[in-house]
Every structure is written in structure tokens, then in C-alpha cells.
Design a protein around this ligand. Structure first.
Ligand code: FAD
Length: 392
């Protein structure tokens, strides 16, 4: 039996099988017992709790949808449910996990050769090797498909990479960093498995973030970085292949937004039932209830949307625009939910100890990464009108 759930009003959890609910419960208990007690302090100090990695490994939830290589091979729906459970307690930890299990492992799973998958995926599944994903650059974010400045050149034996990648989550301590670079000869985008010890690779921690402070984002500099041909992702030959990875993971970001919103809503509901003003719990006042119900209605709409999104992913009919619509909608509604949660906590809403302040800040990162609100809107706009409004 799952513990009482405030933020699943339409009982979507009941649509899971018993085995799936067992996994959900395991993740929920782990997040409550092992992660919640330490997140605010680590968030404040902008440090990643490295000791959680082996504990995470024991849950066996890495690489959920992949077949083979020691991965669980469960439906995408389960990957979403897990993303929600993790983000419900902390969005940074869910980003660490999403970058490793989704973006990095996903690149190797979708674009790697059989040898590359055999070499990396089993170790990454057990979190013995940690992954990162380097696409964004200092000068190009949204337009990275067109304006990528990082280059690669084949010298007959190795590839030589030059350029910079910005915002790369986990990259300060990752063992393997997927780097996307444009071939100076063919002008096509290629993907590389860069090992942290490769000559010419440097990762510097980005300081002073106001969101996702636990995530260790890095500025990567590649200076004549040498990568053998055997570490070029053998099935990645254009940005279309990068986009396949992003389509798969964007659905997960929508679920992450749901988890962030749910965590904020549940904290707010609990607080308003306890906090008394004018001799009564503030939850008994109509204006406070209005906030709570607005939050719950948006949360419930988001949950039903991502549930169907993952079903479509499992049915093999998910398109880029399906994933983009959910990412846009959920990240916008999450911003509204966390801001109402902050409001009903009064002054305590800006203190880390009540969790809501962290969700407010972290919602801002969800809003911008894996395609900003505008870019995902334009992806949907192009699909429904037939006109691309991106450039010129
Ligand atoms: P820009 O592209 O410069 O956009 C600035 C503004 O202009 C935005 O509002 C944007 O929507 C708008 N805009 C741009 N073009 C258009 C247009 N055609 N029409 C209308 N509006 C437009 N990247 C990685 O590769 N790996 C990671 O692990 C990673 N982790 C991240 C973690 C965090 C916390 C953050 C904040 C980012 C991370 N990113 C990562 C980068 C992220 O994907 C980019 O921030 C995002 O793609 C936006 O790029 P940008 O920040 O350069 O903004």
C-alpha cells in the first residue's frame, strides 16, 4: 500500500500494475528517507552528495526503457513515474539522474555501435560510470542545430575536437561525456564518447547559479582534444540523430516539471493545514483554498497529459511536437504552481527549510532547458500551421 498521496487527485497511480507500484513506492521511500534530509543543505552549498550514487544504483532504475545491457526494459511510463517521484523531492537530483540515464545513456543506446553499447551501458546502468551530455555552447543554445561552433576533424587515425560546451550537467565528475561537434570537412554533426582523461578535455564548474544548485554544471573546453575513431558514435551522422535523443528525453522533462509542481503543492497543502492565523488554520480561508485548488487543477491536468504522453511513447507514436507541447505546458503551469505555493507560505515561502523556495528556483531551470518555452512553442506551431517561425 502506498502512503497517502495528496498530489494524485485522480488516482493515476491506480492505473499502474502492482509491480510498477512497488517500484514507485521503493523510489518514494528512498527519496523521503535518503534524499529529503540532505537536499536543502547541499542546495545551499551548491554541492552534489556523491554518497547517494551507490544507493541509487541499488534501486535498479537506471536505463529503465532500454532493452539489454542489464537495463530493466520497462515501459516509458515507468520512466516518467520515476522522474516525477524523484523531482517531487528534489529537481536537481532528478536532473542528475535524467542527464545520466536519459541523455548520456540514451545517446549511446540510440547512436552507439554494439561494441560501444557493450562497453558503456552495463557500467552506466549500475552507476559505476557516470555520464554527461554536451550540446549547448556559450554562443549557441536554441540555435545549436544550425550554429554549432565546436568542430571535429579526422586526421586519418583520431578525431580532433575544438570548442566549448556550456551548462553541461554532471560534467565536473562524469567519466564519459557525449560531445556533439560539427565536422569541418562534411559539415555534418557527429557525436563522440569523450572520456574525462582524454588529452585536451577540461571541465570547470559553473558557479553562482540561482537554480538547480546541486547539479554540477560545467563549462567544457576542448583544445585539440583527441578522440579515437572507435569512440565516435557510429550511428550518429547528423543533427537528426541528436534530435532523436532529445525527443526521447523531452518527455521526461515534462514529467520532471510535474514532480516539481507536485512537491510544491504537497508542501503548501501541509503547511496551510498547520499554520494558524486569526485563530484558525489558514487552509480554512477561501482565498487560500482558491490558491490550493488552482494548483491542484493545474497539477492534475499536467499529470493526465504526461500519462498519455508516455503511453504514446510506449505505443511508438510519439512525435517531437507531442513531447514539445507537454514540455511547454507543464513548465508554464509549474511556474504558476510554485509561485502560488510560495505565496501561501507567506514569508516562510522564501526560506529553504520549507522546500518551496527550492522548487520556485528550480522551476526556472526546467522552464529553459531541453528547449526553452519559445522553442518548444515554435516546434508545435510549425506542426499545426505548416509554417516554420524559427528563422529569418
Ligand atoms: P538562448 O538560445 O540564447 O535563448 C535566449 C532567449 O531567446 C530564450 O527566451 C529563447 O526562447 C529565445 N529565443 C531564441 N531563439 C528564438 C526564436 N527563434 N524565436 C523566439 N525566441 C527565441 N545543455 C546541454 O547540452 N547539456 C546539459 O546538461 C545542460 N544542462 C542545463 C542545465 C541548466 C540548469 C540550464 C539552465 C541549461 C542546461 N543546458 C544544457 C542548456 C539548455 O539546454 C539551454 O540553456 C537552452 O537550450 C537555451 O539556450 P540558451 O540558454 O543559450 O538561450
Amino acid at each position: 500500500q502506498l502512503p497517502p498521496i495528496d498530489g494524485d487527485f485522480y488516482n493515476l497511480d491506480l492505473k499502474l500494475t502492482e509491480a510498477q507500484r512497488d517500484i514507485q513506492l521503493q523510489v518514494r521511500n528512498f527519496m523521503e528517507d535518503e534524499i529529503r534530509p540532505l537536499v536543502n543543505d547541499h542546495w545551499n552549498r551548491a554541492e552534489f552528495p556523491m554518497e547517494i550514487i551507490p544507493k541509487f544504483a541499488k534501486l535498479n532504475i537506471t536505463g529503465i526503457p532500454y532493452e539489454g545491457y542489464g537495463c530493466p526494459n520497462l515501459p516509458f511510463l515507468m520512466e516518467g513515474i520515476i522522474a516525477q517521484e524523484i523531482a517531487r523531492v528534489d529537481v536537481s537530483v532528478s536532473t542528475f539522474f535524467g542527464v545520466h540515464s536519459g541523455l548520456a545513456m540514451g545517446s549511446i543506446y540510440l547512436c552507439g555501435s554494439e561494441e560501444q553499447k557493450e562497453e558503456w551501458l552495463p557500467k552506466m546502468q549500475k552507476l559505476e560510470k557516470i555520464g554527461a551530455f554536451g550540446l549547448t555552447e556559450p554562443n549557441v543554445g536554441s540555435a545549436v542545430s544550425q550554429g554549432m561552433e565546436t568542430t571535429c576533424k579526422f586526421d586519418g587515425e583520431n578525431w580532433i575536437l575544438n570548442g566549448q560546451k556550456k551548462w553541461i550537467g554532471n560534467a565536473t565528475f562524469a567519466d564519459v561525456i557525449i560531445i556533439w561537434a560539427k565536422d569541418v570537412d562534411s559539415h555534418r554533426v557527429k557525436g563522440f564518447i569523450v572520456r574525462k582523461e582524454n588529452p585536451g578535455f577540461k571541465a570547470e564548474k559553473m558557479e553562482d547559479k540561482m537554480a538547480l544548485r546541486i547539479v554540477q554544471n560545467a563549462l567544457i573546453t576542448l583544445t585539440d582534444c583527441v578522440v579515437p575513431e572507435s569512440d565516435r558514435l557510429q550511428k550518429a551522422d547528423s543533427f537528426r540523430d541528436t534530435a532523436k535523443v532529445l525527443k526521447m528525453t523531452r518527455a521526461g522533462v515534462a514529467w520532471q516539471a510535474v514532480g516539481c509542481a507536485r512537491g510544491a503543492y504537497e508542501s503548501a497543502l501541509k503547511y496551510t493545514k498547520k499554520r494558524e492565523q486569526f485563530g484558525r488554520p489558514i487552509a480554512s480561508y477561501q482565498l487560500v483554498q482558491n490558491h490550493l485548488v488552482e494548483m491542484l487543477s493545474n497539477l492534475t491536468a499536467m499529470q493526465t497529459m504526461v500519462f498519455r504522453l508516455s503511453e504514446m511513447q510506449d505505443e511508438g507514436i510519439l512525435t517531437d511536437e507531442h513531447a514539445s507541447l507537454a514540455k511547454v505546458y507543464c513548465s508554464m503551469r509549474t511556474r504558476d504552481i510554485v509561485s502560488r505555493a510560495r505565496e501561501v507560505l507567506g514569508g516562510n515561502g522564501i526560506l529553504l527549510e520549507h522546500d518551496v523556495a527550492r522548487f520556485v528556483a528550480d522551476a526556472e531551470a526546467i522552464y529553459s532547458y531541453e528547449g526553452t518555452k519559445e522553442i518548444n512553442t515554435l516546434i508545435v506551431g510549425r506542426a499545426i500551421t505548416g509554417y516554420s517561425a524559427f528563422v529569418n
